[in-house]
Design a protein around this ligand. Structure first.
Ligand SMILES: [Zn+2]
Length: 120
């Protein structure tokens, strides 16, 4: 089976202790509506019930389920850090958001596990 590589956004935003880097907070580098709209188009690639609690405000940030656009994977809880804490995100990811060129067929193949996924 062909291996399809996906970039894990957590590699950019989490410390070694799995906390969101505080240096990224309140450093929004995107249009809020545009990025939320983009993330909502992602395909769900895992089904788990665990949720993440936000280390900054204590709210439940969302589930730890992963979503993908075919290039990146991100957890559901990322939206909380975007909407409530204006987290800074990798510029190469923001470029994808601006392009808004999602391959729905590729997402479907990933969601249906027709491709072997490698996270990096
Ligand atoms: Zn929070």
């Amino acid at each position: 089976m062909k291996v399809h590589k996906l970039n894990n956004i957590l590699n950019y935003i989490l410390t070694d202790d799995e906390l969101v880097k505080s240096s990224l907070i309140e450093r929004q580098n995107y249009n809020l509506d545009q990025i939320i709209n983009y993330l909502d188009k992602g395909g769900k690639v895992s089904t788990v019930s665990s949720k993440r609690q936000c280390e900054f405000c204590g709210k439940i940030a969302g589930s730890i389920n992963y979503y993908t656009d075919g290039n990146w994977v991100w957890p559901e809880w990322l939206k909380h850090y975007i909407s409530d804490h204006a987290i800074n995100l990798p510029n190469i990811f923001i470029e994808k958001v601006k392009e808004d060129n999602i391959d729905e067929n590729l997402i479907r193949r990933i969601v249906n596990q027709e491709l072997e996924i490698e996270l990096s």
